[in-house]
Design a binder for this molecule. Structure first.
Ligand code: MEV
Length: 307
C-alpha cells in the first residue's frame, strides 16, 4: 500500500512581496504539479531526482513535525517527482512540501486536506525562504484562485468564466528568500512610501478580484501590467524580466507581469483572446528559446489518496 499526493504550483496574479508585509494578494493554482509517493519503511527516508524541487532538510522537518503532531513515529519513505521547474517562481518548493505532507497523511489515513495541508507544508517553507507569507502553500493546497492576507483564512474566489493564462520562464533561477530580504530592505529604507505601496497592492488585488469575477480579461491584464511596474520599483524585477514583459505585450498579450518573487523566475501574462491566438504567442516565445505554456484557471488543488 502507498499514499500518493499531487500538489499544483501557483502563479501570483497580484500582491507578491507586499503580501509578506500584510497586503492582500491574489494567487491561482496552475496545471503543473509535484507528485509524492509514501510507503512504509523502518525509518524516515526522502528521495527526489536532481531536478525535483525538494529541499531534503526542510521536507524532513515537514514530515517529522506532522508525525509529531499526530503522536506517531515517522517510519515512512517518500519519493517526489515534478513537472514544475524549481526556482521558476511557480511555487515548486511549496508544492513539494504540500505533496510530501499529503502523501504521508494518505498513507497513515489521517485525511488531511485544504489549509491543514498548507500549514503542514509551511513548516518546510519557513526553513527554505525565511519569512514566507504562506500564500504559496495555501494556493497549492486549496487550488482554484484565492485572495490571501497573512494571518487570515484564504478566500476562494469565484470566476465569471474560466481563464487561460500564459506562463513564460525567463530561464534564470533565483532564491525567493533572498528576494524577500531585498524587498524588506526597501521597506526599511522608505517606510512610508512602502506602506502606501502596500495599500495600493491591496487595492489592485481587490480590483483583480472584480475583473476575475466579471470574466474581464482585458481589465485583469491592465492591472497586471501596472503591478509589474510597482514590483520593479521595490527591486523585484530585472532588465530581462522587463524585456520579457514588453515582449509578451508586443506579441498581443492583454497584460503581463513578473510572478512570485521575481529577480528571474517567470512572467505571467493574459494571452490574446482565442485558443489559436494564445497558442500562436506560445509558439513565438518557444522559437525564441523560452519555456512558455498555457494553463487553465481554475486548476485543481492538492489531492491525496491511497493505492
Ligand atoms: C513568492 O511566491 C511570493 C512572495 O510574496 C513571498 C511570500 O509571499 O511568501 C514573494
Amino acid at each position: 500500500m502507498k499514499g500518493v499526493a499531487e500538489a499544483p504550483g501557483k502563479v501570483i496574479v497580484s500582491g507578491e512581496h507586499f503580501v509578506v508585509h500584510g497586503a492582500e494578494a491574489v494567487a491561482a493554482a496552475i496545471e503543473r504539479k509535484v507528485r509524492a509517493e509514501a510507503t512504509r519503511s523502518d525509518r524516515l527516508l526522502l528521495s527526489a531526482p536532481v531536478r525535483a524541487p525538494l529541499a531534503l532538510g526542510p521536507a524532513r522537518k515537514v514530515v517529522e513535525s506532522l508525525y509529531a503532531s499526530m503522536g506517531a513515529e515517522p517510519r515512512v519513505s517518500i519519493s517526489v517527482s515534478s513537472t514544475l521547474a524549481p526556482g521558476a517562481g511557480l511555487g515548486s518548493s511549496a508544492a513539494a512540501m504540500v505533496a510530501v505532507a499529503g502523501a504521508a497523511s494518505a498513507l497513515e489515513g489521517w485525511g488531511l486536506e485544504g489549509m491543514r495541508l498548507a500549514e503542514a507544508g509551511l513548516v518546510g517553507e519557513r526553513l527554505v525562504h525565511g519569512n514566507p507569507s504562506g500564500i504559496d502553500t495555501a494556493a497549492s493546497a486549496m487550488g482554484g484562485v484565492i485572495a490571501f492576507r497573512r494571518g487570515e483564512p484564504p478566500r476562494a474566489l469565484r470566476l465569471g468564466s474560466p481563464l487561460t493564462l500564459l506562463v513564460v520562464y525567463s530561464g534564470a533561477r533565483r532564491s525567493t528568500g533572498a528576494l524577500i530580504k531585498r524587498v524588506g530592505e526597501e521597506r526599511a529604507s522608505h517606510p512610508s512610501l512602502f506602506g502606501g505601496l502596500c495599500e495600493g497592492a491591496s487595492m489592485v488585488s481587490g480590483l483583480c478580484e472584480g475583473a476575475l469575477g466579471d470574466g474581464d480579461a482585458r481589465a485583469l491584464g491592465l492591472l497586471m501590467t501596472y503591478s509589474h511596474a510597482v514590483l520593479g520599483r521595490v527591486g523585484a524585477s530585472t532588465a530581462a524580466l522587463d524585456g520579457l514583459v514588453d515582449l509578451c505585450l508586443s506579441l498581443g498579450c492583454l497584460g503581463a507581469k513578473l510572478t512570485g518573487a521575481g529577480g528571474g523566475g517567470s512572467v505571467l501574462a493574459v494571452p490574446p483572446p482565442g485558443r489559436a491566438a494564445a497558442e500562436g504567442v506560445v509558439s513565438k516565445l518557444r522559437r525564441r528559446g523560452y519555456d512558455a505554456f498555457l494553463t487553465r484557471v481554475p486548476a485543481a488543488g492538492a489531492r491525496a489518496w491511497r493505492e
